[in-house]
Design a protein around this ligand. Structure first.
Ligand SMILES: C[S@@+](CC[C@H](N)C(=O)[O-])C[C@H]1O[C@@H](n2cnc3c(N)ncnc32)[C@H](O)[C@@H]1O
Length: 422
């Protein structure tokens, strides 16, 4: 078949390639590499991410462009519809409660008060996609993944991120065209706002649709299994924070700014149950009001980080995944509030975020960058971008960047510049 005429001009590519594998030449090498990576993984329990990446590349190499297109345009969007339905209707919770056994669609539909035909169609697609195990006609078992979808920290992220905001990435191209294909940096003009016709930022938008607590669950869930920043192999808390800390009873020790419902401070408290001074959690009033359970050792404080920081002279101010939500001009103001509260020669600011390498970036980090791009007109930062923001714009010193290993975020430790004290 000849090349097609398109709106952008004549395609130079013959249509026949659409039904040939994407990269068949890579398959033999990938198969060898996968076998080796699997041996390493099963003997030493390391290299799972590498093995997974190679398996994904293998699938993409074997697929044809036509199949990849159908997968993206039909299969994945249909799967998201079914997965979201499963969270919202309680299907995953019900199936997990029923245990690891074959379950009939008719019984599930009756218990949920859902249409049997509808449930049958959704579950059939999810099974075809590998998310359920088909046992017989209209009879399925959960996989480990769909069982985990009953856990709010896993399942609720789908409603917060996909049902509320996914029109941002889906219509990003249109937003970008209308803005002249430039890198967006205006927090008041984002692709998500454009797609939904709202002036609310992502956090306010999710709250307004009733998915604020789902987002909080997502925040607790995404960090599962990652090396915590306070692990001794990551950041030496004793040497950098506890030694030399003010031992007055009410001295502020660690302030988590934009700490959501407190999961990071709870983790810190588990690692260090006795530190000198208070652990203080700060977030917007609506989020503080949504806290379900919080260790009583942690003090709650309603606070808007665009305004004056009320806690002065803490040993450390910690910000996890907050600055990436905002472009540089807004971050400069947020950092100015922290800076004004820091005690010279004593307080440290700990910024816990990705430092994207110039090459070989990890897919989770680039994925988060796409979330920032399409929802918030913001970005994940490279080392150069961090130095530009923190040192050149905010006037703080970066003392050291502590790395948590491949795929993990880094801890950027900052201090006041002593020459800038006056
Ligand atoms: C991406 S989440 C990160 C949450 C948490 N630090 C973590 O890493 O799990 C950003 C947080 O910033 C909070 N936030 C947004 N705007 C804020 C503001 N103006 N003042 C204080 N917190 C804010 C949100 O409510 C949310 O909890």
């Amino acid at each position: 078949m000849p090349a097609q005429e398109t709106e952008k001009g004549q395609s130079s590519v013959d249509v026949s390639i659409a039904t040939e594998p994407n990269n068949i030449e890579a398959v033999p090498t990938l198969l060898n590499q996968i076998t080796q990576a699997f041996d390493t993984f099963t003997t030493s329990n390391v290299g799972r991410e590498d093995l997974l990446a190679k398996c994904r590349t293998l699938v993409q190499s074997l697929e044809t462009p036509r199949e990849t297109m159908i997968y993206h345009c039909w299969a994945q969007t249909g799967a998201i519809a079914g997965l979201n339905f499963g969270v919202d209707s309680g299907l995953w919770t019900l199936m997990a409660q029923n245990g690891d056994k074959p379950q009939k669609v008719g019984d599930l539909a009756a218990k949920l008060g859902a249409d049997r035909v509808l449930l049958s169609r959704l579950m059939r697609h999810l099974s075809a996609m590998g998310y359920l195990i088909e046992i017989d006609i209209d009879e399925y078992r959960l996989t480990n993944y769909t069982r985990a979808m009953s856990i709010p920290m896993i399942g609720n992220g789908y409603l917060a991120m996909l049902s509320c905001t996914s029109a941002g990435p889906m219509r990003f191209h249109e937003f970008s065209r209308k803005r002249g294909w430039v890198n967006p940096t205006d927090a008041r003009d984002t692709a998500m706002m454009y797609a939904y016709g709202t002036s609310m930022d992502t956090f306010a938008w999710q709250q307004s649709l009733g998915y604020g607590t789902h987002f909080n669950d997502h925040m607790s869930g995404y960090a599962l299994g990652l090396l915590p920043w306070m692990a001794p192999s990551f950041y030496p808390v004793k040497e950098r924070l506890i030694d030399g800390a003010n031992t007055d009873r009410e001295a502020p020790f660690l302030v988590d700014i934009g700490g959501n419902v407190g999961h990071d401070l709870e983790l810190f408290h588990k690692h260090y149950p006795r530190v000198p001074g208070d652990l203080i959690l700060q977030d917007l009033p609506v989020v503080i009001g949504q806290i379900r359970n919080l260790d009583p050792a942690i003090l709650r404080m309603e606070y808007d980080f665009h305004t004056k920081q009320p806690v002065n002279g803490a040993r450390a101010y910690y910000m996890h995944n907050c600055l990436h939500d905002w472009p540089d001009d807004v971050c400069e103001n947020i950092l100015a509030q922290v800076k004004a509260a820091m005690k010279p020669g004593y307080s440290r600011l700990l910024i816990h975020e990705h430092v994207i390498p110039e090459t070989g970036a990890y897919w989770e980090a680039t994925a988060l960058d796409m979330v920032m791009l399409t929802l918030l007109s913001a970005h994940e930062r490279t080392q150069i971008a961090w130095y530009n923001l923190i040192e050149s714009r905010a006037g703080l010193n970066i003392t050291k960047i502590w790395r948590g290993g491949k795929g993990s975020q880094s801890l950027i430790e900052c201090e006041l510049r002593l020459s800038g004290v006056n």
